[in-house]
Design a protein around this ligand. Structure first.
Ligand code: FPP
Ligand code: MG
Length: 322
């Protein structure tokens, strides 16, 4: 199942989005066109533009406003992934080589910048705030890497910034452009925030128990890079007592491993988290955020197909394996 099969209510609109994304890729500078075609290929789930369009359909849908917004949301998301892969030095994304791997980090940084632009003046403020949030979230992540004492709170702060913020913008902008009331705009922002949080928790779980050929990127890479996500934080809190003397986490937390030892310790630590119940505990947490997203939707009166699809997206996000 993909998000797209849930989106029958906006099938034609999605064709418009794909064609505008292709147009973005038709730059008059052929090499740039090649780079854009690579990152904007339909391999992405298109979850964020689908949300903008479905929310638009709950209110006064306007093709001239909602399609460019949906395209802009996908471009910003793509930009953030191109930059993220550069920061992480990742080689694969969506089952294909990353821009930094294929063309180098200089090209990836500049392509990410290029994709960040939007010509839609109505949403410039919302966009610039989201861009700032994404960058802040990523900086928070870097700042806390290899910090074994951080606890969960910094994790939730960075998730809100680096992921939930863009889902919130996708939903909120669809509502604003559709002329929704303040109350409805807030409900949809809350939907996006909660959905984005569930999405990121599942992403972090898939880094432990996903199949690389399904997720289209390597698994086990977060902890290897020193990024402590929810399964690790739960494991450290509940299953790795601080008085324990042995095991990879004990050495990582209290010892002074050399760089050579650290890689092996991190791989052993990943195996410990993977075989513990921290992963299923984290899944339960994702479910609580999914329930919040459904509650937020219930604050908006509409029994129509787009509402059903927005609810189904919540199910998809927590059930997905990619
Ligand atoms: C992917 O998540 C990355 C993000 C959700 C945000 C990345 C944000 C930036 C790089 C800030 C700069 C953004 C722009 C638009 C210039 P992840 O790292 O948790 O997952 P993944 O790497 O495993 O896919
Ligand atoms: Mg990353």
């Amino acid at each position: 199942m993909t998000v797209r099969t849930l989106a029958a209510a906006i099938e034609e609109e999605l064709v418009d989005v794909e064609s505008q994304l292709r147009e973005v890729g038709e730059a008059d500078f052929p090499w740039l066109g090649e780079l854009l075609a690579h990152v904007l290929s339909p391999a992405g789930k298109r979850a964020r533009p689908i949300i903008t369009l479905l929310v638009g359909k709950l209110f006064r849908y306007d093709r001239a406003l909602h399609i460019p917004m949906a395209v802009a949301v996908e471009l910003l998301h793509t930009a953030s992934l191109v930059h993220d892969d550069t920061v992480d030095d990742s080689a694969t994304r969506r089952g294909q080589g990353t821009v930094n791997e294929l063309w180098g980090t200089d090209v990836a940084v500049l392509l990410g910048d290029y994709l960040c632009s939007t010509e839609n003046v109505r949403v410039v403020q919302l966009f610039s705030r989201t861009l700032r949030d994404l960058a802040e979230g990523e900086l928070r992540e870097i700042n806390r890497s290899f910090d074994w004492t951080q606890g969960e709170q910094p994790y939730w702060q960075r998730v809100e910034k680096k992921t939930s913020s863009l889902f919130a913008t996708a939903a909120q902008s669809g509502a604003i452009l559709g002329g929704a009331s303040e109350h409805e705009v807030q409900a949809l922002r809350d939907y996006g925030l909660a959905l984005g949080t569930a999405f990121q928790v599942i992403d972090d779980i898939l880094d432990f128990d996903g199949d690389p050929s399904d997720v289209g990127k390597p698994v086990g890479s977060d902890l290897l890079q020193g990024v402590l996500t929810l399964p690790t934080l739960i494991y450290l809190d509940r299953y790795a007592p601080t008085d324990r003397q042995d095991g990879p986490f004990a050495v990582l937390r209290f010892g002074q491993p050399t760089d050579d030892e650290r890689g092996d310790l991190l791989r052993a630590a990943i195996a410990e988290v993977r075989s513990s119940s921290a992963v299923s505990d984290a899944r339960e947490v994702a479910e609580t955020h999914a329930a919040r997203a459904r509650d937020a939707l219930s604050r908006v009166q509409s029994g129509e197909a787009p509402m059903q699809a927005l609810n189904e997206i919540v199910d998809f996000v927590v059930d997905r394996d990619r």
